[in-house]
Design a protein around this ligand. Structure first.
Ligand code: FAD
Length: 458
């Protein structure tokens, strides 16, 4: 311990970034405490990636039951219990929450179950305990929070992803508003669970910043699966009529639904922390400004994860937390590289992507080579399902380096993790081609793409 302060490090927020940073710092001998106002584990574990993926699994069974018939199975009566899914999901989240707490405590980290904010650069106020503690270094790892447009009359009747994990019942009809990955994922979840689902987005295509082929391909597929996709559409107001919510659209139409979920973005959780008062600078959207080592404008205060809005993903928050702890408590400066990030969207069908989109590559390199293929997965030759699998490589013709890989189809998340190693290492198209195919798989297409795509030939 430093002597002058109660702790060497005080972390506000026990999510992906805060947990990793506190454990690593404690491992390097620092005296560490963390304040968490909700549940240890943070968004990803409690109301993000983990319960979302469990819901995705749950929702996929409806298609799997149908597909089984093509392989000779006859299935009996089937029914779905939302209550059972919620109870089993909650049990798993409780288990993970317990593991996180135990791991932190066994690393010697003190956990305060409270909201916390800064009184000055070294003083943290613990709201639930009504007292202050001091620390040499402070790490802000408070994450983000769902955004709901306050200007829409009746918006208080709408839920966000936070509440979607705890809906009392699963209504017959639902509306998901938004075009980001959380919106398309939840539209797939509700649709698969049998809810008549409308996905409503005010722009013309979902998944801004993704490769255009993935955006177009996914929109086509989700419509085939039965989602009522309405682009260039937005809600003007919401009214509750008993159990039913009536959404009046900007074009004057109305839709009735049992729930309306807004997935219209997330904002950094930087308000009410006393940050600006002590000189920590925020960007326009509330994100904390940090240098490559996650240091803010106040030298003893650092920030990692979604609250810095560099790349709002769990593995990035974890890396930033680890790099911070290594830099500050192990004299081992590490700056996280945010330039090449593999990521998945657990939509149905799933997406996997890494590196530059075709559009970005053309802007940066001018001419690029595109290799792409679209096919029906082998399984669906027996199920009769007309679902497309799509794969695309973006290649720099000068160096032959694969600049981007964009996938749509079953297990794309798993595939992009593996092919992401090659792309991160700077693999060339020739090296992809030199890799022996694994047969019969979908991913063998990635190493057998011979024909350069040209707009005129297609
Ligand atoms: P968080 O995990 O959000 O943790 C911040 C913690 O700080 C929270 O526990 C909060 O309660 C606490 N806190 C805030 N203010 C205070 C305060 N003043 N005092 C005390 N405690 C405070 N990422 C992926 O990589 N893959 C996915 O599939 C994925 N799916 C997602 C699905 C959904 C529905 C959502 C919402 C997010 C998803 N994410 C996913 C994003 C991922 O959850 C975040 O990027 C990650 O959790 C960020 O970690 P963090 O440490 O920055 O913040």
């Amino acid at each position: 311990m430093t002597g002058k302060y109660d702790y060497d490090l005080f972390v506000i927020g026990a999510g992906s970034g805060g947990v990793r940073a506190s454990r690593i710092a404690a491992g390097h001998g620092a005296k560490v405490a963390v304040a968490e106002e909700y549940r240890v584990g943070g968004t990803c574990v409690i109301r993000g990636c983990v319960p979302k993926k469990l819901f995705v699994y749950a929702s996929q069974f409806s298609e799997e039951f149908e597909d089984a018939e093509g392989f000779g199975w006859t299935l009996g009566e089937r029914s779905f219990s939302w209550e059972k899914l919620l109870a089993n999901k909650d049990r798993e989240i409780d288990r993970l929450n317990g593991i996180y707490i135990r791991n932190m405590e066994s690393a010697g980290v003190k956990i305060f179950q409270t909201r916390a904010f800064l009184k000055d650069a070294h003083t943290v106020h613990l709201v639930a305990e009504g007292r202050d503690v001091t620390a040499d270094k402070i790490l802000i790892a408070t994450g983000g929070t769902p955004f709901k447009p306050a200007s829409i009359p009746g918006i208080e009747h709408a839920v966000t992803s936070n509440e979607a994990f705890h809906l009392d019942a699963l209504p017959k009809r639902g509306i998901v508003v938004g075009g980001g990955y959380i919106a398309v994922e939840f539209a797939g979840i509700f649709n698969g669970l049998g809810v008549e689902t409308t996905l409503m987005y005010r722009r013309d295509k979902v998944l801004r910043n993704f490769d255009e082929d993935l955006r177009d391909g996914l929109m086509e597929e989700i419509v085939k699966k039965g989602v009522d996709l309405r682009v260039n559409t937005d809600i003007a107001s919401i009214e509750r009529k008993g159990e039913v919510l009536v959404a009046t659209l900007k074009d004057g139409g109305t839709i009735e639904a049992g729930f309306i979920m807004y997935a219209t973005g997330r904002v950094p959780n930087s308000q009410g922390l006393g940050l600006e008062e002590i000189g920590v600078k925020l960007k326009k959207n509330g994100a904390i400004e940090v240098d490559p080592f996650s240091q803010t404008h106040v030298p003893n205060i650092y920030a990692v994860g979604d609250v810095t809005d560099r790349a709002a993903l769990t593995p990035i928050a974890i890396r930033e937390g680890q790099a911070f702890a290594e830099t500050v408590f192990n004299n081992n400066p590490i700056a996280v590289d945010h330039t090449i990030i593999p990521t998945a969207v657990f939509s149905q069908p799933e997406l996997g992507t890494i590196g530059l989109t075709e559009h970005e590559a053309r802007e940066k390199f001018g001419d690029v080579d595109i290799y792409k293929t679209s096919f029906r997965a082998m399984k669906h030759t027996m199920t009769g399902r007309h679902e497309k699998t799509f794969m695309k490589l973006v290649v720099d013709p000068g160096t032959d380096r694969v600049l981007g890989v964009h996938l749509m189809g079953p297990s794309s998340g798993e595939m992009i993790q593996t092919v992401g190693i090659a792309v991160t290492l700077g693999a060339t198209k020739k090296q992809f081609d030199a890799t022996v195919a694994v047969h019969p798989t979908a991913s063998e297409e990635l190493v057998t793409l011979k024909q350069k795509w040209s707009p005129s030939a297609n």
